[in-house]
Design a protein around this ligand. Structure first.
Ligand SMILES: [Mg+2]
Length: 249
């Protein structure tokens, strides 16, 4: 992993042609500062303004784990495309969304029936219609809550794709598109050959792991084991990246 504002990082950015590149970003922890609860999302105005500017010059997309209904008002402007539920909520995946929402209802029923955290309100279920997020950041003992959640999922035999994250366990339909497949689909539909993608969490690794030469990948925060090519030191550097891109086009 190399620092993005290094010589090789800047050279990789300089190669991007705004007319032929898709600029895609995760939301929480990437365009917005990380928060304790999903409702809180602290909007980073500097960052969003820079993103808005970039969107006048290039195709900008936001691919988030949030529901679209929840994501869009937080952006404050309409990028060329927004995908929710880790890429499942898109204009071309209505059928899979319906399947996922039926499955999610079954999972919710099973989870609520067996829920062992009645006395720990720091562990809670977020129903995102096409997927579920189990949050445990505010649990009395987060590490123990995580273990109990994973055990519960196994016992209930939910047959979901389980993707971890920062104090969250996401349950999605195993065959549903993830951020990686969603980005490839978007590139195909936009007829662009290249993309830049930035994210900060486990679900973003689905893009990083594609390891495609034509996709420049950036992780917010350096992390051993991440498949991203470049990293930014923290979320605050995202505004710098967006301004850098806007100014060079
Ligand atoms: Mg994130």
């Amino acid at each position: 992993m190399k620092y993005l504002f290094s010589r090789s990082g800047l050279a990789a950015l300089a190669e991007l042609d705004p007319d032929r590149t898709l600029f895609a970003f995760d939301f929480d922890g990437t365009l917005a500062a990380e928060t304790r609860l999903p409702d809180e999302a602290r909007t980073d105005i500097t960052c969003l303004n820079a993103l808005k500017k970039l969107s006048r010059k290039a195709h900008v997309s936001v691919i988030s784990g949030r529901r679209l209904q929840d994501l869009r008002p937080k952006l404050g402007f309409r990028p060329a495309s927004t995908l929710g539920n880790h890429g499942l909520e898109s204009p071309w995946s209505k059928k899979t969304e319906q399947q996922a929402s039926r499955q999610v209802n079954h999972w919710l029923e099973a989870l609520h029936e067996a829920w062992p955290f009645a006395r720990d309100r720091g562990v809670f279920i977020e129903n995102k219609r096409s997927s579920i997020s189990l949050h445990y950041r505010l649990a009395k003992n987060p590490a123990r809550a995580r273990r109990r959640l994973l055990k519960l999922i196994e016992e209930l035999n939910l047959r979901a794709r389980i993707v971890g994250g920062k104090f969250v366990i996401n349950l999605t339909l195993p065959k549903a598109p993830h951020k990686g497949t969603a980005l490839l689909q978007l590139m195909k539909r936009q007829k662009v050959k290249r993309a830049l993608f930035a994210g900060d969490d486990v679900t973003d690794e689905d893009v990083f792991r594609l390891r495609k030469k034509n996709i420049l990948t950036i992780r917010v925060g350096r992390k051993a084991g991440s498949a991203a090519q470049f990293y930014l030191r923290d979320q605050k550097e995202m505004a710098r990246l967006l301004r850098h891109l806007s100014l060079s086009f």
